[in-house]
Design a protein around this ligand. Structure first.
Ligand SMILES: Cc1cc2nc3c(=O)[nH]c(=O)nc-3n(C[C@H](O)[C@H](O)[C@H](O)COP(=O)(O)OP(=O)(O)OC[C@H]3O[C@@H](n4cnc5c(N)ncnc54)[C@H](O)[C@@H]3O)c2cc1C
Length: 328
């Protein structure tokens, strides 16, 4: 014989199951996109335009991903403004434009960068509404092949079902082995921290001469920072043609950037406001460089943390990427 409380529980479960079957508790979609960066938000908008019932799940709290929030757009905003500053200081006079001393208000420079970012990220929310894409602010993780659990940013939990799921969770900066020179985003920074510095550093060491390191190096050298770029091979941007990378290095040298090629970082000490010392192995032997800020721009790696891909029957391969077998 059933006890009264057990009967109540069973009835409640039956009601819940019926509600679920009728779609009251778990929202169902044709397409769920995890990640609201350029990969994810464009796919979500396209889904909406094609008539698919679409949701995009993004944990950052604003759309546009790494690119719009903390990388391409803010770095291009700073490159643009500092280019104008440099032009006014170095080139105006030669074409007859005479000014008084040209100075930089660093706080205003950073504010204008932030304004460029918020204008664009807000625009994507508008496009979501226009194309009937639902937007969930939270951390998405697979709870099954066709279901995604979402830890909402407001602390609540939700779950959706989707016929198709697009993973567009992007990448994160690579770091050095633990303890070698740990990132604090204040004195030892990635590009994200370099875009948020509170003041112009006197000296900056940039480890890695790829596009990200060099564009941040350009920004700060134009602002008067003494910039040294450390590169482990014999040229910058090794993925470019030799001729182009040589010409590029000449331009950057003319701008005042110093290069330490064939040099490898072996360690360092972060003394915070007293400066950071980096230890190098160079063709001439061991050498130390000191700086107010060290930027580590040594590449990026796939970001799949907490995604629980195994619940969707997927695997992460030895490169940290989701294994998609022969389909690439
Ligand atoms: C300094 C810098 C400058 C750059 N400049 C340029 C440039 O000039 N031109 C160019 O073409 N490219 C540039 N790039 C590269 C560009 O940023 C990337 O190619 C682009 O952001 C990739 O888009 P994505 O959508 O794949 O990933 P991302 O932009 O990284 O977006 C992924 C999003 O997924 C979210 N996310 C991750 N996991 C979850 C989860 N489980 N649940 C919910 N949300 C999640 C993240 O919060 C993030 O917002 C630059 C990169 C850097 C670092």
């Amino acid at each position: 014989m059933l006890t009264k409380s057990l009967k109540t529980t069973l009835n409640q479960n039956l009601v819940l199951r019926n509600l679920s079957v009728r779609g009251f508790s778990v929202k169902e979609y044709d397409l769920a996109v995890i990640g609201g960066g350029p990969g994810g938000y464009v796919a979500a908008i396209k889904g909406g335009q094609m008539g698919l019932k679409t949701v995009c799940i993004e944990k950052r709290g604003s759309l546009g991903g790494t690119c719009l929030n903390v990388d391409c757009i803010p770095s291009k905003a700073l490159l643009h403004s500092t280019h104008k500053f440099h032009d006014a200081q170095a080139n105006f006079k030669s074409i007859g434009i005479e000014t008084g001393p040209v100075t930089m208000n660093f706080d205003k420079l950073m504010q204008s960068k932030t304004k460029a970012v918020t204008g664009l990220t807000g625009g994507i929310e508008f496009l979501f509404k226009k194309n009937k894409v639902d937007y969930m602010k939270g951390w998405g993780k697979f709870s099954g092949p066709n279901s995604v659990a979402v830890d909402m940013n407001d602390g609540s939990k939700d779950e959706i079902k989707a016929k198709n799921v697009i993973i567009a969770t992007g990448s994160e900066p690579s770091s050095l082995p633990a303890g070698m020179l740990d990132i604090d985003e204040e004195y030892v920074v990635t590009s994200t921290g370099a875009l948020e510095l509170k003041k112009i550093p006197k000296k900056m060491v940039i480890v890695g001469a790829g596009v990200i390191g060099l564009e941040m190096g350009s920004v700060y050298s134009r602002l008067g920072t003494e910039v040294t770029v450390v590169q482990h091979v014999d040229r910058i941007c090794p993925f470019l043609d030799n001729e182009i990378s040589d010409a590029f290095m000449k331009i950057l040298k003319k701008q005042g950037i110093k290069f330490q090629l064939n040099s490898r970082l072996t360690g360092g000490t972060n003394n915070k406001e007293k400066g950071v010392v980096v230890e190098l192995e160079t063709p001439k032997g061991k050498e130390n460089l000191d700086a107010d800020v060290v930027l580590l721009s040594i590449g990026r790696r796939p970001f799949t943390e907490g995604l629980q891909v195994e619940k969707a029957g997927l695997e992460i391969n030895k490169f940290g990427r989701i294994d998609i077998g022969k389909n690439w």
